[in-house]
Each structure stands twice: as structure tokens, then as C-alpha cells.
Design a protein around this ligand. Structure first.
Ligand SMILES: Cc1cc2nc3c(=O)[nH]c(=O)nc-3n(C[C@H](O)[C@H](O)[C@H](O)COP(=O)(O)OP(=O)(O)OC[C@H]3O[C@@H](n4cnc5c(N)ncnc54)[C@H](O)[C@@H]3O)c2cc1C
Length: 381
């Protein structure tokens, strides 16, 4: 890859480190992770030791103090691990649950939770979606009521990644039901707090990460565990979503590229009607169409990364990229399972797994329709 964003020797060294980790420690265990049905917590400690968990975070908290181009490199490589669930479990921790804590948390909270999270000694989860409110984030009902110096939390969250693994949650709760968008707060909830429990959910894909429903029954945490200001939770979560979506774009494009390559190798050795599948013109047309779409998706994602690195607001571009990259990822998975024929339908085939795994990406992290809904507003329609 030649690109001004990632062209320094430091990027190459970092890419090499992540690639080695993926090749030696993730890919050989990819099917084992599926069988576990949850992310192997020891991976976080290993990644913490390798300095991969706080790339853009302040060195004061153990971060590397780098920019988002390094996050891009990290997830371009992690996404090659042959297990979308693992990629998701890691990215939830690095770029979906911790950004608000880093940006808005008090020093005491960052010392207590961010430092061990960057070291890989603690794992986090982001708890926003509820049984009655997913796309409509402002419709959540989980309530935190103040009692002296404590929040008393009651409610439920659903489809939460790292549910069984997380040591703490970045929870979005209603703290003032009469205050509209000023009535939400982000609250850090340690998962060993009495009154908290979870049930695991049975998914059609993404088996390498655990997804659960969370229950809060009179869960008490200090008001000092509020991340940022009381009443700013909705706005902070909207900002946190931007990194979540950009990670989804980058890793989706990298997975699609990997699947394209593996399917090409399959088509080169699969012989039918006396010649390799890859030599048939209709197959070549498919590969070219896919590569064109992947390249366009990658460039759109990179345009967002450039803005992110420059510190510019990229909400519009990230919304477009989330919509486009995830659709491309799904299209590539669909074409690749078809090119694999019957073998593609086997659980062990990369194309079969990609087919079910990629179905998630246009739903989670803001569904396609949510992106379109935002874009219609941003474009003044
Ligand atoms: C495996 C998995 C892991 C997840 N991990 C997490 C996590 O870690 N943390 C977390 O908080 N959440 C997580 N989610 C939840 C995910 O973000 C939600 O599923 C998603 O936001 C959609 O919400 P919903 O499921 O309630 O669907 P709904 O909001 O009920 O949407 C139903 C349908 O309506 C469509 N729709 C939405 N808006 C509009 C509109 N304006 N006009 C027309 N149609 C519309 C949707 O696109 C969808 O097709 C996860 C989900 C899954 C499946």
C-alpha cells in the first residue's frame, strides 16, 4: 500500500509488529476462538504488552500518543485474523468503549480504569442498545437516579459485545428524563458491582466474541464514575460513535481484501469444464468489479482518516463511509461464497464465515438506514 498517511518507517515497523502478532497468535487459533464463543481475555494482556491498546491515547495514561493513522494500520492487520468476532471484541475495547473515558473522564477515573485498560489488564464494553431502543438512541430507558453521592441504576441493555469479558462498561443512561438530549449521562459501571448480571446470546455469526443482554437492578456506583459532565452523555456518545464507525470501515475493507485474495487463490486452483475457474471471463469480471469497489471503499475510509488525523469534523464522511464500506463488504462476501460453490456453504470455509459475519456490519454500529437518516439531515434534505 502506498499512501501518504502510512508511509513512514514507523508505520511499517508497527505494521510488521501487528502482522507478526496476527500470523503467530491469532490466525492459528481462529477456529478455537469460534469454539470458545467468547474472546480470549489473555489476548488483551498480550496486546497491552505490545503497546497496541492505547495508540491514540496520552502517554500520561500509558497510551502511545500517536494519531489515528496507526489505528488504521492496527485494524487493517487485525482484520486479517480470520475471525470477525475477535476483531470486533478488540475494537470494542480500543475504539468504542474507551474513547469517552480518555477524552472526558476525570483524572481519578482514568487512573483507575483507563491505565489498566491500555495495559490489557481490564477489558471494556459499550452499553448503549436496549431491547426497545437501538437506532433510536435517545429512546433508551435505563435510568440512573442520584442518591447522595451515588447513582442507582435500573434497566437493561441488549446485544452488548464483550458482555461476559468486560471488567467495566461505558453505560449510556437517562439521568434526567425531562431534559431532552441533555438528560443522558455516560457512567462507568464495574461489572463486579452487585445488582449487575448478564445472559449470553446465541448468534448466527461472529462467534469469536461474546454478546449478551445486561441487567441492572439497583446497581450503585459513585457519581464520581460519571464520564464527563452529567447531562452530556448523548453528545459524548455521538462523538464516540465516530471512532466506532471508522474502525468498522477500515476493518471491513481489510477483511474484504483478504477474502478477495483467498477467493482468487481458490478460483485459480478450482478446475471445472477443463480449466481453472479464474480463467473464465465471467469470473474475471467479478474479481475486477469487487476490487474496484474495495478500492473505492478504502479510499473513502482513508479520506475520513485524513480528516480525523487533521482534527477536522468528519461526521458526514464517516457516515457515508460506514454505509458504503459495509455494503461493499457484504457484496464481496456474497460474490465470494458464490465463487466457492458448495464448499462456500460449509462452516469451515472462509467465504461461508464471511457471509454470516459481514451481515452484521450493516446493522451494528449504526445501521445503514441510520447512516442514511443522518445523511439526509446533514445534506439538508
Ligand atoms: C452481534 C452484535 C453486537 C452488538 N454490539 C453492540 C455493543 O457492543 N454495544 C451496543 O450498544 N450495541 C451493540 N449492538 C447493537 C446494534 O448497535 C443495534 O442492533 C443497532 O444499532 C440496531 O438497533 P436495533 O437492533 O434495535 O434495530 P432497530 O433500531 O429496531 O432497527 C430495525 C430496522 O429499522 C431500520 N431503521 C433504523 N432507522 C430507520 C429510519 N430512520 N427509517 C427507516 N428504518 C430505519 C434499521 O436499520 C433496521 O433495519 C450489537 C448488535 C449485534 C447484532
Amino acid at each position: 500500500m502506498t499512501n501518504d498517511l502510512f508511509s513512514t518507517p514507523e508505520h511499517e515497523i508497527f505494521r510488521g509488529t501487528v502482522r507478526k502478532f496476527v500470523e503467530e497468535e491469532l490466525r492459528p487459533r481462529a477456529r478455537e476462538f469460534d469454539e470458545m464463543g467468547r474472546i480470549d481475555k489473555t489476548l488483551f494482556k498480550r496486546m497491552g504488552d505490545l503497546g497496541m491498546l492505547g495508540l491514540c491515547y496520552d502517554p500520561k495514561w500509558g497510551g502511545a500518543g500517536l494519531d489515528w493513522s496507526y489505528t488504521t494500520v492496527l485494524f487493517e492487520e487485525i482484520a486479517r485474523c480470520d475471525n470477525a468476532g475477535v476483531t470486533m471484541g478488540i475494537s470494542v475495547h480500543t475504539d468504542m468503549a474507551t474513547p469517552s473515558l480518555h477524552q472526558f473522564g476525570s483524572d481519578a477515573l482514568r487512573q483507575q480504569f483507563l491505565v489498566p485498560s491500555i495495559a490489557g489488564e481490564m477489558v471494556s464494553a459499550i452499553a448503549v442498545t436496549e431491547p426497545d431502543a437501538g437506532s433510536d438512541v435517545a429512546g433508551i430507558k435505563t435510568r440512573a437516579v442520584r442518591d447522595g453521592d451515588e447513582w442507582v441504576i435500573n434497566g437493561s441493555k441488549i446485544y452488548i459485545t464483550n458482555a461476559a469479558t468486560a471488567d467495566w462498561l461505558c453505560l449510556l443512561a437517562v439521568t434526567d428524563p425531562d431534559a431532552g438530549y441533555g438528560g443522558f449521562s455516560q457512567i462507568l459501571v464495574p461489572t463486579d458491582t452487585p445488582g449487575f448480571r448478564y445472559d449470553l446470546l446465541d448468534k448466527i455469526g461472529n462467534w469469536g466474541s461474546d454478546t449478551g443482554q445486561l441487567y441492572f437492578e439497583d446497581v450503585r456506583v459513585p457519581v464520581a464514575y460519571t464520564i464527563g459532565d452529567v447531562g452530556r452523555g448523548f453528545q459524548q456518545q455521538m462523538m464516540q460513535f465516530q471512532d466506532e464507525r471508522l474502525v468498522a470501515c477500515v476493518s471491513t475493507v481489510a477483511s474484504a481484501q483478504q477474502l478477495w485474495q483467498e477467493t482468487r487463490e481458490w478460483a485459480e486452483q478450482r478446475v471445472l469444464f477443463g480449466r481453472p475457474l479464474a480463467k473464465m471471463q465471467v469470473t474475471q469480471f467479478k474479481f475486477v468489479e469487487m476490487q474496484t469497489q474495495i478500492t473505492a471503499a478504502r479510499e473513502l475510509a482513508y479520506a475520513c482518516v485524513r480528516k480525523r488525523v487533521a482534527g477536522e469534523d468528519a461526521t458526514r464522511e464517516i457516515s457515508m463511509a460506514k454505509l458504503f464500506c459495509c455494503r461493499v463488504g457484504r457484496m464481496v462476501a456474497d460474490e465470494c461464497i458464490q465463487l466457492h460453490g458448495g464448499y462456500g456453504y460449509m462452516k469451515e470455509s472462509v467465504a461461508g464465515r464471511a457471509f454470516v459475519d459481514t451481515r452484521l456490519i450493516s446493522i451494528g454500529g449504526g445501521a445503514d438506514e441510520t447512516m442514511i437518516h443522518y445523511l439526509a439531515k446533514m445534506l439538508g434534505l
